[in-house]
Design a protein. Sequence first.
Length: 148
Amino acid sequence: MTVVPEMKVVVVGAGYAGMLAARSGLTVDGDGRTAVDASLRCVDDERLFAIGDCAAVPGARFACALAGPQAVRAVDNLRRLLAGRTPAPYTPRYIARAVTLGRGGAVAQFTRRDDSLRRSHLAGRGGVVLKELASRGGKFGAGTGIGG
């Protein structure tokens, strides 16, 4: 086990993350998300990582299913830094865009890995299942994204 002196972890929900980042002097985008580089480190202080809804990740859209894979990449990058290695970039990979339509309803349109839309989609119960998988996708697709 590696012990890192003075290491701190701050966990903030999306509703407060932008306010905290802005108050601390970190660069935020127009939506209040912390600006990060490709390795998920804050552009103002490379000792800090930001992931999930509070991070403005280059090339990634705002999506709940990305937080888990981003967390895995951030932890891996922290390990890399502790070992004296260069952090690796996070590359988002997508399978669909989904919208919940109330209890028991959802629509999902499949995408290519680069998030460009395909013609196929799921609606009704199939859309709900895909949306649920996406919402819980951090455990399912950690590290490389689903199918990576």
